[in-house]
Design a protein around this ligand. Structure first.
Ligand SMILES: [Zn+2]
Length: 146
């Protein structure tokens, strides 16, 4: 990016988050395998394009919270860097809750550049939505399967 030239914030927010169909189904399968607990994982890729999903262990083993194992997270993030990828998204599921960040999700969001992907199994369905959470503000991001 040219120094001194920054895209306007709203332009970045309106850009759809693209997830390949195969990755999309891996996310759902992983989160489903974690039921009745929340499942979680990281999305990585290059140039803003997701190519890999890393399923992660939810050390909380809870249906309303998730916590990634710091050692596993460190290892996965190092593997991303070594493959020339960046972390583009953090996903987790809501076994019974809506596909929207909870107050805890908003409070604990630390990676403002990453998209938060939420898979909801509420009501027996499957709904996947994407958001950006920055400084306590949640913005919906269009999710596009490619
Ligand atoms: Zn959540």
């Amino acid at each position: 990016m040219c120094p001194g030239i920054r895209p306007a914030r709203h332009v970045a927010i309106l850009m759809p988050f693209e997830v390949p169909e195969s990755v999309y189904y891996r996310i759902i399968e992983h989160c489903r395998s974690c039921l009745p607990f929340e499942g979680c994982g990281l999305l990585a890729g290059t140039a803003g394009r997701v190519s890999v999903f890393y399923p992660m262990v939810n050390t909380e083993q809870s249906s309303s919270r998730f916590l990634m194992d710091p050692a596993e997270q460190f290892q996965v993030m190092r593997s991303m860097r070594e493959s020339g990828m960046e972390m583009l998204g953090i996903c987790h599921s809501h076994p019974d809750g809506p596909p929207y960040p909870s107050e805890t999700d908003i409070r604990l969001a630390v990676y403002e550049d990453a998209v938060t992907l939420i898979v909801s199994f509420a009501g027996g369905g499957i709904t996947v939505r994407a958001f950006r959470i920055a400084a306590g503000t949640v913005t919906a991001v269009p999710l596009r399967r490619s």
